[in-house]
Design a protein around this ligand. Structure first.
Ligand code: GAR
Length: 220
């Protein structure tokens, strides 16, 4: 089977990148990571990529006049590596139409909450502050808003007594690590369709079915 070429954008520890690399190595994800790009030179994700012999680039957003100029540099690097799909895996920058128009419906984000609840930063703390009993993670296609794009998959995670943002975040991350490679494999298998109708929200369908939620995890 043909493999899809991924460009993975990161800013931090890169455990989601690791989950992608591990799924590729385990042959449960028909993809290759063509390049990993970080806006942070010290991101641990870069070492993970290097250990897997994946090319890395650091593109420091502070060196660019605005978000669009930064995204143009990112797009040039992604194109130079033949990237087909872009994965935001803990990439803590808002992307612009420069990136989105270069990869239409091909930019995928993982977010640590059940969107549309708790978009933006500190989603785990937002969930704790609100007092929800369950939260989770979402894999979605990126659109021009912040964490507003059509949902591809979600997993539910309980909030337990005594949780802080770190314990809750770790529980959510475990589900991200399963959900993101699984959603990417649906894309690799050509099972994902974007459906847009006048006046309605854009939806993503997998095998022609509206949206995909993956069960409640009772793991703590
Ligand atoms: C993950 O929890 C991811 O969902 C989140 O950052 C973490 C990155 O972890 N992303 C966002 O909050 C984006 N809004 P990782 O670097 O270990 O993959």
């Amino acid at each position: 089977m043909a493999v899809i070429a991924l460009g993975v954008l990161v800013s931090g520890s890169g455990t989601n990148l690791q989950a992608i690399l591990d799924a590729i190595a385990a042959k449960t994800l028909d993809a290759r990571v063509a390049v990993v790009i970080s806006n942070v030179a010290t991101a641990k994700a870069l070492a993970r990529a290097q250990r897997a012999n994946v090319p890395t680039r650091v593109i420091d957003h502070k060196a660019y006049a605005d978000r669009a100029a930064f995204d143009a540099a990112v797009v040039a690097e992604l194109r130079a590596h033949g990237v087909e799909h872009v994965v935001l895996a803990g990439f803590m920058r808002i992307v612009t139409p420069v990136l989105l128009d270069a990869f239409p419906s091909r930019v995928i984000n993982v977010h640590p909450a059940l969107l549309p609840a708790f978009p933006g930063v500190d989603a785990q703390k937002q969930a704790l502050d609100y007092g929800v009993r369950v939260t989770g993670c979402t894999v979605h296609l990126v659109d021009a808003g912040t964490d507003t794009g059509p949902i591809l998959a979600q997993a539910v995670v309980p909030v337990l007594d005594g949780d802080d943002a770190d314990t809750l975040g770790a529980r959510i991350l475990r589900e991200e690590h399963a959900l993101l490679p699984r959603a990417l494999q649906w894309i690799a298998e050509g099972r994902v369709r974007v459906e847009s109708r006048d006046g309605q929200r854009v939806r993503v369908r997998v095998d022609g079915v509206a949206t995909t939620a993956i069960g409640v995890s009772l793991r703590s």
